[in-house]
Design a protein around this ligand. Structure first.
Ligand code: HEM
Length: 82
């Protein structure tokens, strides 16, 4: 799964995830992974939990299962501010 490791945000890379647990609650973290478009309509981040609005999915199912989404959201919840 490609997320990102960079500390810097640039025009071509997504922001660091360090500290996200301090910026969002559990439901919001899950929403970022499930479908970031709900939070940022113009986001470049792909939806991992739904195919809604995807015209030609590579596979005919979401990238992650609900249980996998929960696991990723739980991992994000450990990324508190230092
Ligand atoms: C499992 C993999 C991923 C996880 C867990 C993840 C999680 C997140 C979270 C929690 C945020 C909010 C950060 C904040 O506001 O501080 C975020 C933002 C963002 N993500 Fe991801 N992400 C993933 C993959 C990706 C991928 C593959 C891309 C692009 C190809 C991407 C692009 C972005 C961008 C551009 C933002 C900035 C906000 C926006 O422009 O909408 N992410 N991501």
């Amino acid at each position: 799964m490609r997320c990102r490791a960079s500390a810097a945000r640039t025009a071509t890379s997504a922001p660091s995830l360090q500290g996200v647990a301090g910026r969002y609650n559990a439901a919001q973290l899950r929403q970022w992974v499930f479908d970031a478009r709900v939070l940022h309509p113009d986001t470049q981040m792909p939806p991992f939990g739904t195919l809604a609005g995807i015209v030609q999915p590579i596979e005919p199912k979401p990238i992650l299962t609900p249980a996998q989404i929960d696991d990723v959201a739980a991992a994000l919840a450990t990324l508190g501010a230092r």
